[in-house]
Design a binder for this molecule. Structure first.
Ligand code: KG4
Ligand code: ZN
Length: 387
Protein backbone atom coordinates (compact mmCIF):
# COMPACT_ATOMS: atom_id res chain seq x y z
CA UNK A 1 0.00 0.00 0.00
CA UNK A 2 1.04 3.60 -0.54
CA UNK A 3 0.72 6.07 2.34
CA UNK A 4 0.71 9.85 2.01
CA UNK A 5 2.03 11.28 5.25
CA UNK A 6 1.75 14.83 6.62
CA UNK A 7 3.44 16.51 9.61
CA UNK A 8 2.86 20.15 10.63
CA UNK A 9 2.95 20.07 14.45
CA UNK A 10 5.63 22.70 14.93
CA UNK A 11 8.02 24.45 12.53
CA UNK A 12 8.56 21.76 9.90
CA UNK A 13 6.20 21.31 6.96
CA UNK A 14 6.72 17.71 5.88
CA UNK A 15 5.01 15.54 3.27
CA UNK A 16 6.04 12.09 2.07
CA UNK A 17 4.92 9.05 0.16
CA UNK A 18 5.87 5.75 1.78
CA UNK A 19 5.13 2.32 0.37
CA UNK A 20 4.49 -0.44 2.91
CA UNK A 21 4.59 -4.06 1.81
CA UNK A 22 3.27 -6.47 4.44
CA UNK A 23 1.79 -6.03 7.88
CA UNK A 24 3.05 -3.93 10.77
CA UNK A 25 5.55 -4.51 12.43
CA UNK A 26 7.08 -6.82 9.82
CA UNK A 27 6.43 -4.71 6.74
CA UNK A 28 9.08 -3.53 4.33
CA UNK A 29 8.97 0.21 3.78
CA UNK A 30 10.15 2.17 0.78
CA UNK A 31 10.37 5.95 0.94
CA UNK A 32 9.10 6.95 -2.49
CA UNK A 33 9.19 10.72 -2.04
CA UNK A 34 10.04 12.93 0.92
CA UNK A 35 9.82 16.72 1.12
CA UNK A 36 10.47 18.84 4.19
CA UNK A 37 10.59 22.58 4.65
CA UNK A 38 12.03 23.96 7.87
CA UNK A 39 10.78 27.35 9.07
CA UNK A 40 13.69 27.75 11.47
CA UNK A 41 15.15 30.79 9.72
CA UNK A 42 11.82 32.61 10.04
CA UNK A 43 11.32 31.86 13.73
CA UNK A 44 14.95 32.50 14.66
CA UNK A 45 14.30 36.24 14.65
CA UNK A 46 11.79 35.78 17.49
CA UNK A 47 13.94 33.34 19.47
CA UNK A 48 11.30 30.60 19.31
CA UNK A 49 8.38 29.27 17.31
CA UNK A 50 5.50 31.71 16.87
CA UNK A 51 2.26 29.68 16.40
CA UNK A 52 0.37 32.01 14.04
CA UNK A 53 3.47 32.56 11.94
CA UNK A 54 4.00 28.78 11.82
CA UNK A 55 0.41 28.35 10.61
CA UNK A 56 0.91 30.92 7.85
CA UNK A 57 4.12 29.23 6.69
CA UNK A 58 2.52 25.77 6.69
CA UNK A 59 -0.28 27.13 4.50
CA UNK A 60 2.25 28.66 2.13
CA UNK A 61 4.46 25.57 1.82
CA UNK A 62 2.36 22.43 2.24
CA UNK A 63 1.25 22.25 -1.41
CA UNK A 64 4.79 22.88 -2.72
CA UNK A 65 5.93 20.05 -0.40
CA UNK A 66 3.17 17.80 -1.73
CA UNK A 67 4.23 18.66 -5.28
CA UNK A 68 7.89 17.94 -4.54
CA UNK A 69 7.08 14.60 -2.87
CA UNK A 70 4.71 13.61 -5.71
CA UNK A 71 7.32 14.43 -8.34
CA UNK A 72 10.11 12.59 -6.47
CA UNK A 73 7.88 9.55 -6.07
CA UNK A 74 7.09 9.62 -9.79
CA UNK A 75 3.35 9.67 -9.04
CA UNK A 76 2.36 12.59 -11.27
CA UNK A 77 -0.57 11.55 -13.48
CA UNK A 78 -1.01 12.39 -17.15
CA UNK A 79 -3.68 14.94 -18.05
CA UNK A 80 -5.91 14.82 -14.98
CA UNK A 81 -9.56 15.80 -15.42
CA UNK A 82 -10.31 19.18 -13.84
CA UNK A 83 -12.37 19.17 -10.64
CA UNK A 84 -16.07 19.89 -10.71
CA UNK A 85 -17.42 23.10 -9.19
CA UNK A 86 -19.13 21.03 -6.52
CA UNK A 87 -15.87 19.40 -5.38
CA UNK A 88 -14.05 22.73 -5.48
CA UNK A 89 -16.68 24.26 -3.22
CA UNK A 90 -16.41 21.32 -0.82
CA UNK A 91 -12.64 21.83 -0.60
CA UNK A 92 -13.17 25.51 0.19
CA UNK A 93 -15.51 24.49 2.99
CA UNK A 94 -13.02 22.07 4.58
CA UNK A 95 -10.15 24.54 4.24
CA UNK A 96 -12.15 27.65 5.17
CA UNK A 97 -9.70 28.59 7.94
CA UNK A 98 -6.58 27.94 5.86
CA UNK A 99 -6.87 30.97 3.67
CA UNK A 100 -5.73 30.32 0.09
CA UNK A 101 -5.00 26.63 0.61
CA UNK A 102 -8.07 25.30 -1.22
CA UNK A 103 -7.09 27.18 -4.38
CA UNK A 104 -3.55 25.79 -4.19
CA UNK A 105 -4.92 22.27 -3.75
CA UNK A 106 -7.22 22.65 -6.76
CA UNK A 107 -4.33 23.73 -8.94
CA UNK A 108 -2.19 20.86 -7.61
CA UNK A 109 -4.95 18.44 -8.51
CA UNK A 110 -5.45 19.89 -11.95
CA UNK A 111 -1.80 19.34 -12.85
CA UNK A 112 -0.80 16.28 -10.75
CA UNK A 113 -4.07 14.34 -10.66
CA UNK A 114 -4.88 11.54 -8.26
CA UNK A 115 -1.86 9.63 -6.95
CA UNK A 116 -2.48 5.92 -6.16
CA UNK A 117 -2.66 6.47 -2.39
CA UNK A 118 -4.33 3.93 -0.07
CA UNK A 119 -4.26 5.93 3.17
CA UNK A 120 -3.29 9.34 4.51
CA UNK A 121 -1.53 9.67 7.86
CA UNK A 122 -1.37 13.01 9.65
CA UNK A 123 -0.09 14.29 12.99
CA UNK A 124 -3.12 15.26 15.08
CA UNK A 125 -1.13 16.19 18.21
CA UNK A 126 0.60 17.03 20.44
CA UNK A 127 1.98 20.29 19.11
CA UNK A 128 1.03 23.88 18.33
CA UNK A 129 -2.68 23.84 17.60
CA UNK A 130 -2.80 26.44 14.83
CA UNK A 131 0.03 24.57 13.10
CA UNK A 132 -1.53 21.13 13.63
CA UNK A 133 -4.84 22.27 12.15
CA UNK A 134 -3.24 23.04 8.80
CA UNK A 135 -2.06 19.44 8.41
CA UNK A 136 -5.28 17.99 9.81
CA UNK A 137 -7.59 20.03 7.57
CA UNK A 138 -5.36 19.45 4.57
CA UNK A 139 -5.48 15.69 5.24
CA UNK A 140 -9.28 15.91 5.55
CA UNK A 141 -9.53 17.71 2.22
CA UNK A 142 -7.28 15.15 0.51
CA UNK A 143 -9.16 12.26 2.14
CA UNK A 144 -12.42 13.54 0.68
CA UNK A 145 -10.93 14.45 -2.68
CA UNK A 146 -9.15 11.09 -3.13
CA UNK A 147 -11.73 8.98 -1.27
CA UNK A 148 -9.15 7.39 1.06
CA UNK A 149 -9.13 6.92 4.85
CA UNK A 150 -7.19 9.32 7.08
CA UNK A 151 -5.28 8.03 10.10
CA UNK A 152 -4.64 10.55 12.92
CA UNK A 153 -1.22 9.96 14.45
CA UNK A 154 0.37 10.90 17.77
CA UNK A 155 3.55 12.87 17.11
CA UNK A 156 5.42 11.22 19.99
CA UNK A 157 4.50 7.75 18.77
CA UNK A 158 6.04 8.86 15.49
CA UNK A 159 9.30 9.70 17.28
CA UNK A 160 9.31 6.20 18.83
CA UNK A 161 8.83 4.56 15.43
CA UNK A 162 11.56 6.73 13.88
CA UNK A 163 14.03 5.39 16.42
CA UNK A 164 13.19 1.78 15.66
CA UNK A 165 13.34 2.28 11.86
CA UNK A 166 16.40 1.10 9.93
CA UNK A 167 15.43 2.72 6.62
CA UNK A 168 13.34 -0.23 5.37
CA UNK A 169 12.21 -2.26 8.38
CA UNK A 170 11.46 -1.90 12.06
CA UNK A 171 14.22 -3.35 14.20
CA UNK A 172 13.22 -6.26 16.46
CA UNK A 173 11.83 -4.99 19.76
CA UNK A 174 11.52 -7.21 22.83
CA UNK A 175 8.75 -6.21 25.22
CA UNK A 176 8.52 -4.73 27.72
CA UNK A 177 10.62 -2.01 26.14
CA UNK A 178 11.60 1.37 27.51
CA UNK A 179 11.27 4.55 25.53
CA UNK A 180 12.98 7.83 26.38
CA UNK A 181 11.28 10.71 24.59
CA UNK A 182 13.22 13.96 24.56
CA UNK A 183 12.04 16.88 22.46
CA UNK A 184 11.21 20.57 22.60
CA UNK A 185 7.91 19.87 24.37
CA UNK A 186 8.44 16.47 26.01
CA UNK A 187 10.69 14.61 28.40
CA UNK A 188 9.13 11.26 29.19
CA UNK A 189 9.97 7.70 30.08
CA UNK A 190 7.47 5.30 28.58
CA UNK A 191 7.08 1.62 29.32
CA UNK A 192 5.91 -0.22 26.21
CA UNK A 193 4.27 -3.60 26.74
CA UNK A 194 3.57 -4.01 23.03
CA UNK A 195 3.46 -1.78 19.98
CA UNK A 196 0.73 0.76 20.73
CA UNK A 197 0.59 0.02 24.48
CA UNK A 198 2.20 2.86 26.34
CA UNK A 199 2.47 3.61 30.03
CA UNK A 200 4.07 6.86 31.08
CA UNK A 201 6.27 6.05 34.08
CA UNK A 202 8.01 9.41 34.38
CA UNK A 203 8.05 12.89 32.90
CA UNK A 204 9.41 16.36 33.44
CA UNK A 205 7.64 18.37 36.10
CA UNK A 206 8.44 21.65 34.37
CA UNK A 207 10.57 22.37 31.29
CA UNK A 208 11.23 19.77 28.61
CA UNK A 209 14.87 18.99 27.98
CA UNK A 210 14.86 20.53 24.47
CA UNK A 211 13.24 23.63 25.94
CA UNK A 212 16.04 23.79 28.54
CA UNK A 213 18.63 23.59 25.74
CA UNK A 214 16.83 26.38 23.88
CA UNK A 215 16.54 28.61 26.97
CA UNK A 216 20.16 28.10 28.02
CA UNK A 217 21.22 28.85 24.45
CA UNK A 218 19.38 32.14 24.67
CA UNK A 219 21.09 32.97 27.99
CA UNK A 220 24.46 32.31 26.36
CA UNK A 221 23.48 34.39 23.35
CA UNK A 222 23.08 31.59 20.82
CA UNK A 223 20.39 31.48 18.12
CA UNK A 224 17.23 29.31 18.12
CA UNK A 225 17.01 26.32 18.12
CA UNK A 226 19.61 26.12 20.85
CA UNK A 227 20.16 22.38 21.14
CA UNK A 228 22.57 21.94 18.24
CA UNK A 229 24.38 25.21 19.09
CA UNK A 230 24.91 24.35 22.76
CA UNK A 231 26.11 20.93 21.71
CA UNK A 232 28.58 22.42 19.23
CA UNK A 233 30.14 24.70 21.86
CA UNK A 234 30.23 21.86 24.40
CA UNK A 235 32.26 19.75 21.99
CA UNK A 236 34.82 22.56 21.59
CA UNK A 237 35.12 22.82 25.39
CA UNK A 238 35.71 19.08 25.72
CA UNK A 239 38.34 19.04 23.00
CA UNK A 240 40.14 21.98 24.63
CA UNK A 241 39.69 20.41 28.09
CA UNK A 242 38.43 23.75 29.43
CA UNK A 243 38.04 23.94 33.23
CA UNK A 244 34.47 24.07 34.63
CA UNK A 245 32.71 27.42 34.38
CA UNK A 246 29.86 26.66 36.77
CA UNK A 247 29.05 24.10 39.42
CA UNK A 248 25.53 23.23 38.27
CA UNK A 249 23.01 21.13 40.19
CA UNK A 250 21.88 17.69 38.96
CA UNK A 251 18.11 18.06 39.49
CA UNK A 252 16.19 15.01 40.73
CA UNK A 253 19.17 12.74 40.11
CA UNK A 254 18.44 10.69 43.21
CA UNK A 255 14.68 11.17 43.43
CA UNK A 256 12.68 8.06 44.13
CA UNK A 257 10.80 8.12 40.81
CA UNK A 258 11.35 8.46 37.06
CA UNK A 259 10.54 12.16 36.90
CA UNK A 260 12.72 15.03 35.74
CA UNK A 261 12.99 18.78 36.34
CA UNK A 262 14.99 21.16 34.19
CA UNK A 263 13.74 24.62 35.04
CA UNK A 264 15.93 24.96 38.14
CA UNK A 265 18.94 24.02 36.05
CA UNK A 266 18.18 26.83 33.62
CA UNK A 267 17.89 29.24 36.57
CA UNK A 268 21.23 27.98 37.91
CA UNK A 269 22.79 28.77 34.55
CA UNK A 270 21.31 32.28 34.72
CA UNK A 271 22.79 32.83 38.20
CA UNK A 272 26.15 31.44 37.14
CA UNK A 273 26.27 34.05 34.37
CA UNK A 274 25.07 36.87 36.61
CA UNK A 275 26.22 40.20 35.22
CA UNK A 276 29.26 38.82 33.52
CA UNK A 277 29.99 39.34 29.86
CA UNK A 278 30.91 35.87 28.67
CA UNK A 279 34.05 35.25 26.63
CA UNK A 280 33.98 32.59 23.93
CA UNK A 281 35.67 30.07 26.20
CA UNK A 282 33.23 30.92 29.05
CA UNK A 283 30.35 30.12 26.69
CA UNK A 284 31.95 26.89 25.58
CA UNK A 285 32.69 25.75 29.14
CA UNK A 286 29.19 26.66 30.33
CA UNK A 287 27.56 24.84 27.41
CA UNK A 288 29.62 21.77 28.25
CA UNK A 289 28.79 22.00 31.99
CA UNK A 290 25.08 22.22 31.16
CA UNK A 291 25.12 19.40 28.62
CA UNK A 292 27.05 17.15 31.02
CA UNK A 293 24.47 17.62 33.76
CA UNK A 294 21.51 17.02 31.43
CA UNK A 295 23.04 13.86 30.01
CA UNK A 296 23.99 12.61 33.46
CA UNK A 297 20.44 13.02 34.75
CA UNK A 298 18.84 11.41 31.68
CA UNK A 299 21.23 8.45 31.66
CA UNK A 300 20.88 7.86 35.41
CA UNK A 301 17.08 7.70 35.18
CA UNK A 302 17.25 5.46 32.13
CA UNK A 303 19.57 3.05 33.97
CA UNK A 304 17.26 3.01 36.96
CA UNK A 305 14.29 2.19 34.72
CA UNK A 306 16.21 -0.54 32.86
CA UNK A 307 17.06 -2.22 36.14
CA UNK A 308 13.71 -1.77 37.85
CA UNK A 309 11.65 -2.92 34.89
CA UNK A 310 14.08 -5.49 33.40
CA UNK A 311 13.88 -4.24 29.84
CA UNK A 312 16.13 -5.34 27.00
CA UNK A 313 15.18 -2.72 24.44
CA UNK A 314 15.73 1.02 24.86
CA UNK A 315 14.21 3.33 22.25
CA UNK A 316 15.22 6.99 22.24
CA UNK A 317 13.13 9.48 20.29
CA UNK A 318 12.61 13.21 19.78
CA UNK A 319 14.74 16.11 18.60
CA UNK A 320 17.21 15.89 21.49
CA UNK A 321 17.99 12.32 20.38
CA UNK A 322 20.16 14.10 17.79
CA UNK A 323 22.48 15.13 20.64
CA UNK A 324 25.81 13.37 20.16
CA UNK A 325 26.75 13.37 23.83
CA UNK A 326 23.44 11.78 24.80
CA UNK A 327 23.62 9.25 21.95
CA UNK A 328 27.15 8.17 22.85
CA UNK A 329 26.32 7.86 26.56
CA UNK A 330 23.22 5.76 25.90
CA UNK A 331 25.02 3.54 23.38
CA UNK A 332 27.71 2.69 25.93
CA UNK A 333 24.97 1.21 28.15
CA UNK A 334 24.70 -1.66 25.67
CA UNK A 335 28.18 -3.02 26.35
CA UNK A 336 29.28 -6.21 28.13
CA UNK A 337 30.36 -4.10 31.12
CA UNK A 338 26.91 -2.52 31.60
CA UNK A 339 23.87 -4.27 30.12
CA UNK A 340 25.04 -6.99 27.71
CA UNK A 341 21.51 -7.97 26.62
CA UNK A 342 20.36 -4.42 25.95
CA UNK A 343 19.60 -3.10 22.45
CA UNK A 344 19.66 0.69 22.15
CA UNK A 345 17.76 2.13 19.19
CA UNK A 346 18.38 5.73 18.16
CA UNK A 347 16.90 7.53 15.16
CA UNK A 348 19.18 8.33 12.25
CA UNK A 349 20.13 12.03 12.47
CA UNK A 350 17.71 13.06 9.69
CA UNK A 351 14.80 11.26 11.40
CA UNK A 352 15.63 12.61 14.90
CA UNK A 353 13.90 15.93 14.44
CA UNK A 354 10.38 16.32 13.08
CA UNK A 355 9.59 14.58 9.79
CA UNK A 356 6.66 12.87 8.09
CA UNK A 357 8.29 9.45 7.54
CA UNK A 358 7.84 8.68 11.24
CA UNK A 359 4.16 9.66 10.97
CA UNK A 360 3.71 7.21 8.08
CA UNK A 361 5.25 4.42 10.20
CA UNK A 362 3.13 5.18 13.27
CA UNK A 363 0.06 5.54 11.06
CA UNK A 364 0.74 2.17 9.44
CA UNK A 365 0.60 0.61 12.91
CA UNK A 366 -2.83 2.17 13.41
CA UNK A 367 -4.52 1.71 10.06
CA UNK A 368 -7.48 0.10 11.79
CA UNK A 369 -8.12 3.47 13.48
CA UNK A 370 -8.36 5.21 10.12
CA UNK A 371 -11.35 7.48 9.52
CA UNK A 372 -13.36 6.83 6.38
CA UNK A 373 -13.90 9.81 4.05
CA UNK A 374 -17.52 9.98 5.31
CA UNK A 375 -16.52 10.22 8.99
CA UNK A 376 -13.73 12.75 8.58
CA UNK A 377 -15.69 15.52 10.29
CA UNK A 378 -14.69 13.99 13.64
CA UNK A 379 -10.98 14.44 12.94
CA UNK A 380 -9.50 17.10 15.21
CA UNK A 381 -6.13 18.60 16.12
CA UNK A 382 -5.27 18.24 19.81
CA UNK A 383 -2.31 20.29 21.00
CA UNK A 384 -2.15 18.45 24.34
CA UNK A 385 -2.62 14.94 23.03
CA UNK A 386 -0.90 12.36 25.22
CA UNK A 387 0.29 8.86 24.34
O1 KG4 B 1 11.28 16.69 18.14
P1 KG4 B 1 11.64 18.08 17.75
O2 KG4 B 1 12.21 18.30 16.37
O3 KG4 B 1 10.40 19.02 17.86
C1 KG4 B 1 9.50 18.82 18.91
O4 KG4 B 1 8.65 17.90 18.75
O5 KG4 B 1 9.66 19.53 19.92
O6 KG4 B 1 12.64 18.63 18.86
C2 KG4 B 1 13.16 19.93 18.81
C3 KG4 B 1 14.05 20.15 20.02
C4 KG4 B 1 14.54 21.58 20.17
O7 KG4 B 1 14.34 21.98 21.50
C5 KG4 B 1 16.01 21.50 19.81
O8 KG4 B 1 16.80 22.46 20.47
C6 KG4 B 1 16.35 20.11 20.27
O9 KG4 B 1 15.23 19.33 19.92
N1 KG4 B 1 17.55 19.59 19.61
C7 KG4 B 1 18.69 19.30 20.26
C8 KG4 B 1 19.62 18.89 19.28
N2 KG4 B 1 19.00 18.95 18.06
C9 KG4 B 1 17.73 19.37 18.29
N3 KG4 B 1 18.99 19.35 21.57
C10 KG4 B 1 20.24 19.01 21.93
N4 KG4 B 1 21.20 18.63 21.06
C11 KG4 B 1 20.93 18.55 19.73
N5 KG4 B 1 21.89 18.17 18.86
ZN1 ZN C 1 9.00 16.28 17.56
Amino acid sequence: MIILSIETSCDETAVSFVEAVGEFPNAKYEILGNALYSQIEIHREYGGVFPTLAKREHIATIVPMLEAATAEAGLKQDKPAPLSAEVVSKLHEVLAREHGLADQLVSYHNSYGLPPVNAITVTSGPGLEPALWVGVNFAKALGMLWDVPVVPVDHMEGHILAAAFDGHHLKPVTFPALSLLVSGGHTELILMRAWGEYEKIGATRDDAVGEAFDKVARLIGLPYPGGPEVSRLARVAREAKLPPFADLPTPMLKSDDFDFSFSGLKTAVRYAIGNRVLSDTDKQALARDFEDVVVKVLVTKVKKAIETLSVDTLIVGGGVAANTRLRDSLLTLATPQSYPDLSVYLPSPDLSTDNSIMIALAGHSRLNEGLSPESLTTLRADGNKSL
